[in-house]
Design a protein around this ligand. Structure first.
Ligand code: OSB
Ligand code: MG
Length: 377
């Protein structure tokens, strides 16, 4: 269902942007690099109706996609925020259209849209989950496990997460760190719900290696090929028993439609940042639901702000696979919200308070801030 009841417009007065650097509890390694600190942009919408918070999920470097912190910072301050402030009163549903003329920069747009949406919903006293169409009050929690020193170390780390109660494990793979790692986790833990994420590290020439994963009965393989390799993903999907899931390739409702039409994916990972916002994310959810294609909620190492919004999104009906919606402490010893997401019997609760349903820990926010800018109309 599209958004059942739109939010009321807010009177925009300005935005505050901050670059934060949050230390990770352990290094996070993927096929595209290793992070020890999460650099992220937090947006605060200042309105006559109250404030709202959003998260721009770019990384420090353009490795996952073309977006990165300084690029998002620049485009937000130079182009996106001025365009929004030009509109005096603005409904959250009009943010994407207002920013439409600016090509790309979807994570920057998504973070600003979320800030406006949070302000509007807080003003109305409406929870984000209810607004988006959530049908659950808690969501099953999967965990994304980075590439480790060796297969033994991976088994150790995965065991720890299983002990904590995570209901699905995703391991990062790359060429040369795939078959043995997956086999080790399968051998150690039997038939646990298991999937792998390649973050675009392979080409069609690796099809034989990837077919070698078929014997592990994985839930899916996520984004084996490049972002723009829709046709190659379709070719690969015909070769594999393992369902192909797209992450990086799905940047909009349109690209989701194309991927389904081409049969390039039989599962879709939905990340609001990657697709330009939570409203576009709901549209992708809706077409997948219509097509009977399962979706799950991806993550970008969100702080408590984006993590709360992801829990709300993951509570929509077609999110039938556990998402990368893990507890805050999987990544952070200290978060920037007063009640960070916790794991309860393998689930994370969907916040029920107005807007995001979380309060910002302003002391923590300030402690992690490395740059700050305020723009007023
Ligand atoms: O590919 O899903 C991904 C983190 C950063 C960038 C890309 C990805 C990831 C993850 C972590 O896998 C997901 C999470 O936030 O738990
Ligand atoms: Mg991924």
């Amino acid at each position: 269902m599209p958004i059942a009841r739109p939010a009321a417009a807010v009177t925009l007065e300005g935005f505050e942007l901050r670059v934060l650097q949050l230390p990770l509890v352990s290094p996070f390694a993927t096929s595209f690099g290793t992070e020890t600190v999460r650099e992220v942009i937090i947006a605060r919408a200042l309105t006559a109706d109250g404030e709202g918070w959003g998260e721009i999920v770019t990384g420090a470097a353009p490795l996952y996609s073309s977006e990165y912190t300084q690029g998002a910072w620049d485009v937000a301050l130079r182009w996106l925020i001025p365009a929004l402030l030009d509109r005096q009163r603005l409904a959250p549903e009009d943010v994407a259209e207002t920013l439409g003329p600016f090509v790309g920069h979807r994570m920057a747009k998504a973070g600003l849209e979320l800030a406006v949406l949070d302000a509007a919903l807080r003003a109305e006293g409406r929870p984000l989950g209810e607004y988006l169409g959530a049908v659950r009050d808690r969501v099953p929690s999967g965990v994304s496990v980075g590439i480790q020193r060796d297969a033994a170390a991976l088994v150790e780390v995965v065991g720890g997460y299983l002990d904590e109660g995570y209901v699905r494990i995703k391991i990062k793979i790359k060429p040369g760190r795939d078959i043995a790692e997956t086999a080790a986790v399968r051998d150690a833990f039997g038939g646990i719900p298991l999937q792998v994420d390649a973050n675009s590290a392979y080409t069609l020439a690796d099809a034989d290696t990837l077919a070698g994963l078929d014997r592990f009965d994985l839930l899916l393989i996520e984004q084996p090929l490049q972002e723009d390799d829709l046709v190659d993903h379709a070719t690969l999907a015909r070769r594999l028993k393992t369902p192909v899931c797209l992450d990086e390739s799905i940047v909009s409702e349109k690209s989701a439609r194309d991927a389904l039409a081409l049969r390039a994916a039989s599962v879709i990972n939905i990340k609001a940042g990657r697709v330009g916002g939570y409203l576009e994310a709901v549209r992708i959810h809706d077409i997948c639901r219509e097509a009977d294609v399962p979706v799950w909620c991806g993550g970008m190492l969100e702080t408590g702000i984006g993590r709360a919004a992801n829990a709300a999104l993951a509570a929509l009906p077609a999110f039938t696979l556990p998402g990368d919606v893990s507890a805050s402490k999987r990544f952070y010893a200290r978060d920037i919200v007063t009640e960070p997401a916790v794991l309860e019997s393998g689930h994370v609760r969907v916040p029920t308070g107005p807007g995001l349903g979380v309060e910002i820990d302003l002391v923590a926010l300030e402690d992690f801030t490395v740059a700050r800018e305020i723009v007023r109309r």
